[in-house]
Each structure stands twice: as structure tokens, then as C-alpha cells.
Design a protein around this ligand. Structure first.
Ligand code: BG6
Length: 585
């Protein structure tokens, strides 16, 4: 995916464009560029490499209208000429998406004597706009998009019009409303702190953006109106913040994810309460890490509201002909809000009459357009493929939601926020990561909520370090898994439930008696006293309400996964074979 941005207004467009591209860089960074109007002249600057390469080309530019692009190459290698914007005559355009019929269009344009300089699909749009232009860029865009097949978010400018024209089909594009200035961007983080409200273009929309107004049309240029939302994006720098990897930076943002999510929850409390008022069953659905958050949400709702609950993966739920009715709440949990199995599970639930609640870190994703209500996770952009702060934000959101469902007062999260900060800062995994890096297998065990964190710890470790393992209930150890245990394995126990602690300590001792290495993350005093003298790896976590302990133990297993990956020389941000969100089935 690529990132695109546009600005027109009273400030210097080149600065807004540059900063916006820095925030969009996580969408792709093999080349970038900008186009702007200055003294009625259209200029284009673009360069292979990261966005910072644009700075010397933009730093002296004074302009009130411009567009920008940061690229993840799909057609044509990363190079200066393949980077966007693409220009044709007096028009420049940036594109996110894939023009599937570009070869056919390119052939026709070449026979009309258009000269191509790049190997990209996107360049055909520039020449089509030029060909269709007869003094009105809005009409040229309307004619052009009718000829395109595939997906596009397009932003175009031309030297004789003081406005920006955009179009969207299957690639995201949002509009930001300012005063005396207006914005366009691929997603909200690029506009964080720049504008209070935004609108989401829908498939087929064409937009006309000037410094004083934003008009949206359908494909026939009939005016349409789109809902205006608050811009929920929190101001956060998409740089690495002096961290070697996003995973470490985002681990450090876990406490803020809890705090901002609690704050954002207040905005939807009333609406959510009304939606859940007659619910007598709940299903929590997600994929990957989001499924592990679903497991916690299920336990919260069962414990607080005393209603029957299930946790399901999206891929299982959607094919099992679930028993759903109008009093069932289905919580669709997804960091991206775009995971195909979760989105389709939500659609199925809706068709069966359920109350559908989206719990997502992406406030204008497909999932949010399906759900009756959105419980926002305010973790900010999460770049690392492995979810960390978004998971913790999901758990916080589910804690608050389950309390609402039970019509009971939740514990304020500011205390656990401080404990998260303490755990992030002080928990030292030490040489345990080195031991896990050499292990034949690493197993995570826990009971109840600790089991849900155990499976998350196992997935995190597998995702970023590729060390095999499994997460399972401590009570299951004797029923087979113990056969796997020997001196080449590590068993990581999470013991944060005082009532179940003694049983889990028994499991630790069973593993040790078979020569298995063990590690324990716990906040139960007697467990610490008993095991610290016997085993080298006993890590003390801060005491807190047992229902909030996953917020702390998750940090521990995420830290372990990160440090094991680093010990093995892996790239924790972009693990092999994985994607940040699987939007295909
Ligand atoms: C996978 C990611 O592709 O999708 C996981 O690697 C993630 O980290 C899973 O948990 C679900 O993604 P989402 O966006 O639906 O939470």
C-alpha cells in the first residue's frame, strides 16, 4: 500500500505535505514525491528512497496548494522516474491502488502519441487526465475514473485551477476540514493534530477541495454528503523515537494505549449502553492476536455480566452457522478493521440479526462501517506486524465494555496505567531471551485469564522469532504436552490469579522434575517466595486487580518475544511471510 496526501490553504503546503508523508511512511517507503503550485507554475519533485530525501527539494518551497506520495512499489522498481507524482502536461497526480487495465490504456495512449517515462500503472492516470482535460479538472477526473478498472485513491492538481480534485474506489481516502485550509490523506494519522473533523470518501466519490470548501460528488457529479467525524487520530510521531524497531517503540506506547482508549470510551458509552441494553449472549470474534483479546473479552463478560459467552476466530465463526439472534452481541475485534475473516464474520452476524460491535484501532475501516457501534482502541498507528499496544488497547476496551454490559462501575485505569509504565520500564527479561532463542520449543502456560495471555505470548514469540511452541492451559500439562518437555524446552508460566496459583506452581514443579527449563511471570507473593529460590527465572509483576493483570503480563510476554527475536537477529517489525493485516481470505 502507498500513502497519499493533499493540502490547500493559508499555510505552506510543502511543510504540511512533508510532515504528512513522514506519518504515512509506514504505508510504504521505497520512494516519495510532491507536486505543488507556486506563482501559477506546477512543479514536481520526487526521489527514490525514504521521505527524508525530499526535504532538500522542498525546504525552500513556498506554496499554498500541493499533493504528496510515499510509495510501496507494485508496478515498476523503486526509482526516481517510477515514483509519484506522475505528470502529464499541466496536470500532476498521485495514486494508491492498482489500475488493473493499465496495459490496455497505456497502449491506446501511446498510439495517441503520449510519451511514457515510467514502468508504473499509475502513469496512465496522468495522461488520461490530460487527455480528458478541457479546462475543468473535476470533469476530467469524472471521465478518467470511468475508464479505470482496479482500485484507486487519486489526488490531482493542475496549474490553471486553485483546487484539488480527488477520487476513491477501494483504496482509502479521507478529507480533513480546516479553517481557511483543507486536507486529503490516505488515513487519519497523517492528519493527526491538523484538523478536528474528517469525512471518509466512499467508493465512487469524487471530491473538489479548495481552501474554503470541500464538495463531494458521485460518479455523475451529483452532490452527495458524507458524515463528518471527529478526527480521533492522536498526535504521534511515526518515527522510531530512537528505538531500533517499531515493536520496541510500540511496547513503550502500551501505557498510553490503555489511557487513550479509556478516554475514547467515554465518547461512545451512551450509544454502546443503548445497543447492549437487552443483550443476553455475547460472542467475541477476532483473528490472530485479536482472537486472544477476544478470549479475554469473553471471560470479562461471563464474569461481570454472568451471561453465556464464546470466543471464536473469524475463520471458524463465519462457517459454523452460528446460533445468533437479536439479543446476541457480536464483538468483532480487529486492529486494522480490515481482516477479511473478521469483517465477513461481522457481516454474517449482522445478517443474523445480532448487535454488532466493532472494537478496532482503525476508526474508519470496513469493520466500522458494518457495526452498529464502534468501541475505539486509541493505540495510535501500529507499524510492527506483530500487535502489541493495539492488543493491550483491545483488552482495556473489552474491560470497559464488559463492565458496561454488566451495568457495573469499572476500576479506573489510571492506576494500571502507572503499573504498565513501571512494567515496560523496569521488567528485565535478562538472559531468558537468550535461553528461548536456543530452545527447541517454548511453551506458555496459564489458567483462565493467564491462559489467554499464554496463547498470546506463544503467538508473539512465534511471529517475531520463529521459535516453535504452544500456549495451553496449565491444567492440560499432564494430558500429553508434558511428553514434549525436556532440557531443550522452556516453559513460561503466567501466574497472576491468587486463587489458581498453587495449582500452577504444581505444574512448574512437574516441568522441572522432567528437566524442563521454566520461567514464571507472577504477582502472587507466595509464588515468588516459593519459586525464586528454586528457579532462575521468576519475574515479579506489579500487584493489581486480577482482571487487569493481562495488561501487565502481556507486556512481559511481548518483551520476551521481542528480545528473543533480536537475539536471533530477526526483524521483529516485518517477520517473514506475515502481513500487518490479511485482507484476503
Ligand atoms: C495478522 C497479524 O496478519 O492479522 C496479527 O500478523 C494480527 O498480528 C492479525 O493479530 C489480525 O489482524 P487485525 O488487524 O484483524 O487485528
Amino acid at each position: 500500500m502507498c500513502g497519499i496526501i493533499g493540502y490547500t490553504g493559508r499555510r505552506n503546503a510543502s511543510e504540511i505535505i512533508y510532515q504528512g508523508l513522514k506519518r504515512l511512511e509506514y504505508r510504504g517507503y521505497d520512494s516519495s514525491g510532491a507536486a505543488y503550485l507556486a506563482d501559477g507554475k506546477l512543479s514536481v519533485v520526487k526521489k527514490e528512497g525514504k521521505v527524508e530525501k525530499l526535504l532538500p527539494l522542498l525546504k525552500d518551497v513556498k506554496s499554498s496548494l500541493g499533493i504528496g506520495h510515499t510509495r510501496w512499489a507494485t508496478h515498476g522498481v523503486p526509482s526516481d522516474t517510477n515514483s509519484h507524482p506522475h505528470r502529464s502536461g499541466n496536470i500532476a497526480v498521485v495514486h494508491n491502488g492498482i489500475i488493473e487495465n493499465y496495459a490496455e490504456l497505456k497502449g491506446k495512449l501511446i498510439s495517441d502519441n503520449y510519451k511514457f517515462v515510467s514502468d508504473t500503472d499509475s502513469e496512465v492516470v496522468a495522461h488520461l487526465l490530460n487527455k480528458n482535460y478541457s479546462g475543468n479538472l473535476l470533469e476530467a477526473m469524472q471521465k478518467t475514473v470511468k475508464m479505470l478498472k482496479g482500485s484507486y485513491a487519486l489526488i490531482a492538481i493542475c496549474d490553471s485551477e486553485n483546487r484539488i480534485i480527488a477520487a476513491r474506489y477501494k483504496s482509502p481516502l479521507i478529507l480533513g476540514y480546516g479553517s481557511g485550509e483543507n486536507y486529503l490523506a490516505s488515513d487519519e494519522p497523517a492528519l493527526a493534530g491538523l484538523c478536528e473533523t474528517i469525512s471518509i470518501l466512499q467508493d465512487g466519490d469524487i471530491a473538489e477541495v479548495s481552501s474554503e470548501s470541500i464538495k463531494i460528488y458521485d460518479e455523475n457529479l451529483t452532490p452527495v454528503s458524507r458524515e463528518v467525524f471527529p478526527n480521533l487520530a492522536v498526535c504521534c510521531d511515526l518515527g522510531l523515537d530512537n528505538c531500533p524497531h517499531y515493536m520496541l517503540k510500540e511496547l513503550r506506547e502500551v501505557p498510553d494505549s490503555v489511557r487513550f482508549t479509556e478516554r475514547a470510551f467515554e465518547g461512545i458509552r451512551q450509544k454502546l449502553s443503548a445497543i447492549l441494553s437487552d443483550v443476553n449472549r455475547a460472542v467475541f470474534v477476532g483473528c490472530g492476536t485479536a482472537y486472544h483479546a477476544a478470549m479475554i473479552g469473553k471471560r470479562y463478560a461471563e464474569s461481570f455480566a454472568r451471561i453465556p459467552c464464546e470466543a471464536e476466530t473469524g475463520g471458524e465463526f463465519r462457517y459454523k452457522q452460528p446460533v445468533i439472534d437479536g439479543r446476541t452481541a457480536v464483538f468483532a475485534i480487529s486492529q486494522s478493521g480490515e481482516t477479511a475473516d473478521t469483517v465477513e464474520a461481522a457481516r454474517l452476524a449482522l445478517s443474523l440479526g445480532a448487535k454488532v460491535v466493532a472494537v478496532t484501532n482503525s476508526h474508519h475501516s470496513e469493520l466500522t462501517r458494518i457495526a452498529h457501534v464502534v468501541v475505539p482502541v486509541a493505540a495510535g498507528p501500529e507499524i510492527c506486524v506483530a500487535a502489541t499496544k493495539s492488543y493491550t488497547g483491545q483488552v482495556a476496551a473489552l474491560y470497559l465494555t464488559a463492565n458496561l454490559l454488566a451495568k457495573r462501575q469499572p476500576e479506573k485505569l489510571d492506576k494500571v496505567y502507572d503499573l504498565c509504565k513501571k512494567t515496560v520500564a523496569e521488567l528485565n527479561i535478562g538472559s531468558l531471551a537468550q535461553v528461548c532463542a536456543k530452545a527447541r520449543g517454548v511453551y506458555f502456560l496459564g489458567r483462565d485469564l493467564d491462559y489467554a495471555v499464554a496463547v498470546e505470548g506463544s503467538l508473539k514469540l512465534k511471529e517475531v522469532s520463529y521459535v516453535p511452541g504452544e500456549g495451553y492451559p496449565s491444567g492440560e500439562l499432564k494430558h500429553g504436552t508434558l511428553a514434549l518437555i525436556d532440557e531443550e524446552t522452556v516453559s513460561v508460566f503466567i501466574i497472576c490469579d491468587d486463587l489458581l496459583a498453587d495449582k500452577s506452581v504444581n505444574a512448574v514443579e512437574q516441568v522441572r522434575s522432567r528437566g524442563g527449563k521454566t520461567a514464571v511471570f507472577t504477582n502472587v507473593d507466595r509464588v515468588i517466595e516459593k519459586l525464586r529460590s528454586e528457579t532462575p527465572y521468576v519475574f515479579e509483576l506489579p500487584r493489581c486487580d486480577k482482571y487487569l493483570s493481562p495488561l501487565l503480563s502481556a507486556i512481559a510476554v511481548q518483551k520476551l518475544a521481542y528480545q528473543t527475536a533480536v537475539a536471533l537477529g530477526r526483524d521483529p517489525d516485518k517477520p517473514r511471510n506475515l502481513a500487518k493485516s490479511v485482507t484476503v481470505e
